[in-house]
Design a protein around this ligand. Structure first.
Ligand code: SF4
Ligand code: SF4
Length: 103
């Protein structure tokens, strides 16, 4: 019973993360095309991307994205599109990016 509740909570949290990612003004993620290889979230210098329960990418904090396009250029499945011009992350956001990366 508890396992079911935990599973539902995880599903809900994952769904919320996906909904957040849809609101990014810099990134478009085609989750259906993602094969969960991990390249993008391992390479993202800002820690903007992370893996959901299936290893598929989602956006953690959209405001940390600088539009550097590393994720788009390295995704073998064209599952990420970076829109807009590259921008410098505000100081507080840069700090959050480093925290996301665990440094
Ligand atoms: S690089 Fe592409 S296929 Fe690999 S996890 Fe990221 S979005 Fe998915
Ligand atoms: S464009 Fe750069 S900062 Fe933004 S998610 Fe991709 S790799 Fe990270």
């Amino acid at each position: 019973m508890e396992d079911e509740a935990v599973r539902r909570l995880k599903e809900e949290l994952t769904q919320k993360a996906i909904e957040r990612s849809r609101r990014s003004d810099m990134l478009v993620i085609y989750q259906k095309w993602c094969k969960a290889c991990g390249i993008c979230y391992d390479l993202c210098p800002q820690g903007t991307l992370a893996a959901d329960e299936e290893g598929k990418v989602y956006i953690t904090y959209p405001e940390t994205c600088t539009g550097c396009k590393i994720c788009e250029l390295h995704c073998p499945d064209f599952a990420i599109l970076v829109i807009g011009e590259p921008r410098k992350a505000p100081k507080a956001v840069e700090k959050q990016g480093k925290i996301n990366q665990g440094s």
